[in-house]
Design a protein around this ligand. Structure first.
Ligand code: PMP
Length: 385
């Protein structure tokens, strides 16, 4: 039986994207490849709301964590003062990463399920000289979306560089470098619609000129090296630092051009509607979200009803054809699950998912009116038609 993958990345990929992985691998210095790579960089810039005159796009073989590293180590020196907005598991990861380079960092840690209050960020930025602040746009562990636009309004008028983890947001949430973001990064496997293996991102001219005054702290994630590659590719000449994952770049290129064809506004609205419809279904079944209000378009983290065993619930859902993910937050581990709803998500995926959740809950003793979740999701999906 084909199972529908509804975890927060990897996701379901289009067949033309997947087919690119089985094409004969061409030379990474061929005109043909440089042209695909160039288009991918240009589309990536556009998806992040920037252009190559005001920022540098990059694509590096590796997972999102490499993007995290590249997006911070290039813009700090040993013992730089930094601030981490920590709304979950991936905020903790920033702390772990940054603590290898500096002991001079602080965190703002909102209560579980809450987004950061931008006025707290303002207070911190106004009274400290941070060189850099990191914000996880959507924390995949909680489904909470931070208000990056308002945070950028604060940092853009300061000397603090704003680094945004957009791994779980780019391609599914409104995100615009023009708000005043300095560095934003993501990974191929989520709403950008290509299999895992590429770290991607955009660094503003302000960030790049800061980088050029600092000594490098790393090697493979040194953006000075990748800048030569990106600028060479953008000039259609090509450039080499590490051999690119040729077929994965071809796959990403296809996916990014499909995103551009759909148009970011339409795409974000679609993600928003699918997320709200899933939530309508879940809430009608009496389930509670971890996010209190700032719901992400791309992922939902959901408490299980008391007495429902996570492992059994996930197994039952899988038996009904849908794969969901367990939680990542230790303190509530075992009490919640996550649904990824990004990429080519549409009404079919919403209905199949809610149907599987209903049945899996029922099998685990959570009784409710049959079809209640499906009916609520469907009404939300088609409320405007
Ligand atoms: N940041 C966020 C918000 C993520 O969701 C993830 C992956 N789930 C990462 C960083 C790390 O990415 P990867 O697992 O690809 O290294």
């Amino acid at each position: 039986m084909k199972k529908l993958l509804m975890i927060p990345g990897p996701i379901e990929y289009d067949s033309d994207v997947l087919n690119a992985l089985s094409l004969p691998t061409i030379s990474h210095s061929s005109k043909e490849f440089i042209s695909v790579y160039r288009d991918a960089l240009l589309n990536l810039s556009a998806i992040f709301g920037s252009s190559t005159s005001d920022s540098l796009p990059f694509i590096i073989s590796g997972s999102g964590t490499l993007g995290m590293e590249a997006s911070v180590v290039n813009f700090i020196k040993r013992d730089s003062k930094v601030l981490v907005v920590n709304t979950g598991y991936f905020g903790d990861r920033f702390v772990d990463l940054l603590s290898r380079f500096t002991s001079n960092f602080e965190q703002i840690k909102p209560a579980l399920g809450e987004a950061v209050d931008p006025s707290l960020v303002r207070e911190k930025i106004d009274t400290n000289e941070y060189e850099l602040i990191t914000v996880t746009h959507v924390d995949t562990s909680t489904g909470v979306r931070n208000d990056v636009k308002r945070i950028a309004e604060i940092t853009r008028n300061s000397d603090t560089l704003l680094v945004v983890d957009a791994v779980c947001s780019a391609g599914g949430e409104n995100l615009d470098m023009k708000w005043g973001i300095d560095v934003a990064f993501s990974a191929s496997q989520k709403a950008l619609g290509a299999p895992p293996g590429l770290a991607v991102g955009v660094a503003s001219n302000r960030a790049i000129s800061r980088m050029e005054k600092l000594p490098p702290l790393s090697f493979f994630s040194d953006l000075r090296k990748w800048k030569v590659v990106s600028t060479g590719v953008l000039d259609s000449k090509g450039g080499y630092f590490g051999t690119p994952n040729v077929n994965l770049v071809l796959a990403l290129g296809i996916s990014l051009s499909k995103i551009m064809k759909e148009g970011m506004e339409v795409r974000i609205r679609r993600h928003e509607l699918m997320s709200a419809s899933i939530r309508a279904g879940l809430e009608s079944m009496g389930l509670e979200m971890i996010a209190k209000k700032a719901y992400a378009n791309t992922v939902s983290a959901v408490y299980l009803p008391q007495g429902v065993d996570l492992k059994k619930f996930l197994e039952h859902a899988e038996d009904r054809g849908v794969v969901f993910a367990s939680g990542l937050i230790k303190e509530i581990g075992g009490r919640y699950f996550r649904i990824g709803h990004m990429g080519n998500i549409g009404p079919s995926e919403v209905m199949i998912s809610i149907g599987a959740i209903e049945k899996a809950l029922e099998a685990n003793g959570h009784l409710m009116r049959p079809g209640i979740g499906l009916s609520a999701a469907q009404s939300n999906l088609f409320k405007s038609s």
